[in-house]
Design a protein around this ligand. Structure first.
Ligand code: FE2
Length: 381
């Protein structure tokens, strides 16, 4: 096993000997969702999740075909985009997928080189390098396709001092609910079709220079009824982590299959956002109307025997349904929202890491059983 340099604490495996962090990626720049009504979606993410106004692009700023609201909370930037015209690619995306993630934008030093290197290694181009400028400088962006209709846009912004991108103005409405303590994107998970996981693992290794972090198989992640397989890819500095799931054969329909049915193909399943105080964050989000999945209370009966000592009081964790898991390096606390739209597709994870670098494998069974109860109510199990 070749370990990736400068990151000895992460357990990485280069599955292609020539994989290297050639881009490199500085972090997630923004996540763009195509939604049916960006104005109302922005209200939801501000009110319920505690995002703050950052920027707006639309008719008033010279964008003719769309309106985009850019929200921010600490290092997380969310772009909510809705089409203004009939037809066109945004409408097609919405009709096929419903509200969902279109763009996972990655912050790079050189968007032109990022496009050249990834397309040379086999990525399908979404957007050739484009330079946009205004009085605040210039931004270079380029893009490639990934799973389903999802794309990665490389953003080079070292010569730009504006609020977001050229074509956007500051957004500053009177309504400014407080934050909920969300800090940064910890990982983003993709659901892909039957037998496609390894193809996309290979894509991130070959095309993006990622390494494999950990792998699970369907024995790790299955319940009596449903199963899935998952592998996690990461870039060299560990700031970008993409687990990829595919459905596995079970007695009944797996949650990944349900996602694929309603999203009409592969796409982003969940966005995991980190907090320093999960109890405070979840209390706040619940009071603002965010719905979370609940595990049965017997989950907590022998929890400390399973995960060992933790710093937090167990009572509030149990009351809020927060899950706990431990690996060799520490533990983590996590909780999952119900899907954020009517289609059972995209949801969020709230995660607080206390040393653990894994993804809550010990919680998968309890979690999947909670999801299955929801699937049963939808008649999709
Ligand atoms: Fe996750």
């Amino acid at each position: 096993m070749n370990t990736v340099k400068d990151n000895s604490s992460l357990q990485l495996e280069k599955i292609f000997p020539d994989a290297e962090d050639f881009l490199p990626l500085n972090g997630t720049d923004y996540v763009e969702l195509y939604v049916g009504n960006a104005k109302q979606a922005a209200h939801y993410y501000k009110t319920a999740f505690g995002f703050q106004d950052l920027a707006y692009g639309g008719l008033e700023t010279g964008l003719k075909d769309r309106a985009s609201y850019v929200l921010q909370q600490d290092k997380i930037r969310l772009v909510l985009t809705t089409p203004l015209e009939k037809g066109g690619p945004i409408n097609e995306h919405l009709a096929k997928h419903g509200d969902g993630v279109k763009v996972v934008a990655l912050w790079v030093d050189d968007a032109t080189k990022s496009w050249e290197e990834t397309t040379k290694r086999g990525a399908k181009s979404f957007m050739e390098p484009v330079r946009d400028e205004d009085e605040n400088g210039y931004v270079v962006r380029s893009g490639i396709h990934t799973y389903g209709d999802t794309v990665h846009i490389f953003v080079e912004r070292s010569n730009y001092n504006g609020i977001f991108l050229p074509g956007y103005k500051p957004l500053n409405s009177e309504y400014q609910p407080s934050t909920t303590g969300l800090k940064y994107i910890d990982h983003m998970v993709g659901n892909v079709g039957w037998n496609e996981m390894n193809k996309w693992i290979e894509f991130y290794a070959k095309v993006m220079g990622f390494a494999q972090l950990v792998s699970f198989d369907d024995k790790d992640i299955s319940t009596e009824y449903t199963a899935l397989m998952s592998k996690v890819m990461t870039n060299g500095n560990g700031r970008i982590k993409f687990p990829i799931n595919e459905p596995a054969e079970g007695k009944k329909k797996s949650q990944v299959e349900e996602y694929l049915d309603f999203y009409n193909g592969a796409g982003v399943q969940h966005i995991a956002v980190a907090t320093d105080d999960i109890v405070k964050t979840v209390v706040e989000m619940k009071s603002r109307g965010v719905e979370f999945l609940h595990v049965p209370s017997n989950y907590y009966d022998d929890i400390l025997e399973r995960v060992g000592e933790i710093e937090e009081d167990l009572a509030p964790l149990k009351e809020l349904g927060i899950l706990i898991d431990r690996d060799d390096e520490g533990y983590l606390l996590q909780l999952f929202t119900k899907p954020v739209s009517d289609r059972p597709t995209l949801f969020f994870e709230i995660i607080q890491r206390k040393g653990a670098k894994s993804f809550g494998k010990g919680n998968f069974k309890a979690l999947f059983e909670a999801i299955e109860r929801e699937q049963e109510l939808r008649g999709t199990l």
